[in-house]
Design a protein around this ligand. Structure first.
Ligand code: ATP
Ligand code: MG
Length: 626
């Protein structure tokens, strides 16, 4: 059978024989008490997967592998910031999660309690997360480096009993204090003040401990060689809370379950990523994002694979650093974002060719649109390893649209994250008719409920918001991704941009993505953002901002406008194109279009607690003046 046919049969079964399909996938993990019911769906759109089974994520990620792979490396920790590397075997990880779990219990943390993890990419971060789920505590990892208001609102929302933090992180060689920022947040919260446990890295000479703060090393020493049996939890027990990137507004607290999550993660390694037990996965992301949760922590360890935890930038000490790690640690699967690849692309492919990448079997990119030019560049630079674009969200936890390395790849079409993953009943809905869109016409990307295992079970503490936010966009209750897309005659999808980013020029609906894609195909353009501005005559006009490729001859504005018009037709001709040195982005690398729109309209962009570099806003402001 051809890969396409294999995929189609597999996908069809996942939708038409849903229970049979997931019952089979659920065998990939260990259940303490096996489930009888696959899906309980009495209260749509709330899906309760494997409701009467009990399991434990930490047991499945650690204890279960001891019989066969106690001495295998579980975690490779590399920090180019403090110039240290460390490997941790499954046996060592087992000991750590037991000691950490004993410490958590000692601090009064129990089943259902929240633990806020405010840590950079240190070697301790995975054992911290796993020890929480070992005892049924719910972790909420918050990305380091948010403004104190963002952290405070997450503390208020999750109401943790304990916060685990460090004195400082370090980024690009610069020490970033964590503790003072946490202190600032604690002064703003309205919930009971949580206990603070601090891992001292001795990076901040001005570290100030408050009364009641606990030192991790001292506390942990009390639990040497402790054994804490894993808590067998009902499948629906919340494993973690993770906030979305906040690109479009207030971040939502995504709540993930235990059993469905475990099954979805393990199955995705088998069918999508094609990573086998014993292989090495390197997700160049941060544990503060969903890619980190899924593909640095849970999926690789549930599989019995080795995961690389990397603290540092992809271009420091030089743009070859990731490839050197691929060579050194024989990485089989590399996962990162288009932003990171665009950054590497600026430095040239020599950096890739310097290293022996023969171990690499695939590379996956997700998080934002992968423009065709970048996809082409990295595919040709890597030579043998296929590069797969996959589309998903914090909410889903694993790919909605992807190609399938594990099952055998289908044809790659640049610009498309391929086809729906098994379990996702994807449909494009035409906003006007509210009917499924025809091929090659734009629609809102929706998923018919129930959502498959691994997706959010609700918004933390707010069932109403879950239903209101995600299931109320259309007349029928169907899950909205808030992205728009088209699909072609072969069933391949193309993401056009966020729903509300669609620009309407004299009745023509243009996706921001297509315009940016067209700009990026110009040899001098490295990155682009497009937005709609008010236009008396045509309703909206297109305005664009571009970052140029290092060393490129700066093109004229007319040249860039013509370039877009020649690719998308005269209606897509931008009203203006301005060159800037940086685009405003979230910490997770997503372009903050709503901030650009606000500046363009002369408004204050408002509170942007998740912005990466606030000075990028001034650059847009400057560019708008000209
Ligand atoms: P918020 O929901 O808080 O506004 P966010 O949507 O940016 O923030 P994430 O869950 O981190 O939060 O990002 C998911 C979104 O990223 C998707 O809905 C989509 O817009 C974009 N995205 C992810 N992967 C891809 C991809 N492969 N191609 C195009 N867009 C992608
Ligand atoms: Mg979103």
């Amino acid at each position: 059978m051809e890969n396409r046919e294999k995929y189609e049969a597999f996908y069809k079964r996942s939708i038409e024989d849903r229970d049979g399909f997931w019952k089979e996938q659920a065998k990939l993990i260990h259940w303490d008490k096996p489930f009888k019911t696959v899906l309980e769906y009495q209260k749509p759109p709330f899906a309760n997967w494997f409701p009467d089974g009990t399991t434990n994520l930490c047991y499945n990620a650690v204890d279960r592998h001891l019989a066969e792979r106690a001495d295998q490396t579980a975690i490779i920790w590399v920090s180019t910031e403090v110039e240290q590397e460390k490997t941790i075997t499954y046996q060592e990880l087992y000991q750590q999660v037991n000691e950490y779990a004993a410490l958590l219990k000692d601090l009064g943390v129990g089943k259902g309690d929240r633990v806020l993890v405010y840590l950079p990419m240190i070697a301790e971060v995975i054992p911290v997360m796993l020890s929480c789920v070992r005892i049924g505590a719910i972790h909420s990892v918050v990305f380091g480096g948010f403004a104190s208001t963002a952290l405070a609102s997450r503390i208020d929302d999750a109401a943790p009993k304990l916060i685990i933090t460090v004195d400082a992180g370090i980024r690009g060689g610069k020490v970033v204090p964590y503790k003072p920022l946490l202190q600032e947040s604690l002064n703003q919260i309205s919930v009971t003040r949580p206990k603070v446990l601090l891992i001292n890295r001795n990076l901040d000479p001005n570290l100030k401990m408050e009364k009641g703060d606990l030192d991790f090393t001292t506390e942990l020493a009390k639990h040497k060689d402790a054994v804490v049996e894993p808590e067998w939890l009902p499948s629906s027990h919340p494993s973690y809370i993770l906030y979305t990137s906040g690109t479009t507004g207030k971040a939502k607290g995504v709540q993930r379950d235990t059993g469905g999550h475990a099954v979805a993660m393990r199955a995705s390694m088998k069918h999508i990523y094609g990573v086998e037990p014993g292989q090495v996965m390197f997700a160049g992301s941060d544990v503060g994002w969903v890619v980190g949760h899924s593909y640095i922590v849970y999926a690789p360890l549930l599989t019995g694979a080795t995961t690389v935890v990397y603290e540092g930038l992809p271009i420091r000490p030089d743009p070859g650093v990731w490839w050197s790690l691929v060579e050194k640690y024989k990485v089989n699967c590399l996962f990162t974002s288009p932003t990171a690849i665009r950054l590497l692309k600026k430095s040239g492919e020599e950096w890739i060719w310097k290293y022996d990448l023969s171990s690499l079997e695939s590379m996956f990119l997700a998080g934002e649109p992968l423009d065709r030019e970048t996809h082409r560049w990295v595919t040709s630079a890597l030579k043998h390893a296929p590069v797969v674009d996959n589309y998903w969200q914090t909410e889903t936890g694993w790919p909605i649209l992807t190609n399938f390395k594990g099952m055998g790849l289908m044809e790659t079409k640049f610009g498309s994250p391929c086809r729906p993953a098994y379990g996702f009943d994807v449909v494009l809905i035409d906003d006007l008719t509210q009917q499924p869109a025809e091929p090659n016409t734009k629609g809102s990307l929706m998923i018919r409920p129930p959502l498959p295992p691994g997706c959010l079970s609700t918004v933390w503490g707010d069932d109403e918001r879950f239903v209101q936010t995600y299931f109320s966009r259309m007349r029928e209750p169907i899950y909205a991704t808030f992205d728009s897309a088209v699909y072609d005659d072969d069933g391949y999808y193309y993401i056009m941009g966020r729903d509300d980013d669609v620009i309407n020029v004299a009745g023509h609906r243009l996706g921001t993505r297509e315009i940016e894609e067209a700009l990026c195909s110009h040899p001098a353009v490295a990155e682009a953002a497009s937005i709609g501005i008010k236009d008396e005559l045509r309703g909206q006009a297109i305005s664009c901002f571009v970052v140029l490729t290092t060393g490129a001859e700066p093109p004229s504005e007319a040249d860039l406008k013509n370039h877009v018009a020649s690719q998308l037709g005269p209606v897509a001709r931008p009203h203006f194109v301005r060159v800037v040195t940086a685009l405003p982005k979230t910490r997770s690398g997503k372009v903050l279009r709503r901030a650009i729109v606000a500046i363009n309209e002369g408004r204050d962009p408002g509170d942007l607690p998740t912005i990466e570099d606030a000075s990028a806003l001034d650059k847009i402001k400057e560019a708008c003046k000209n």
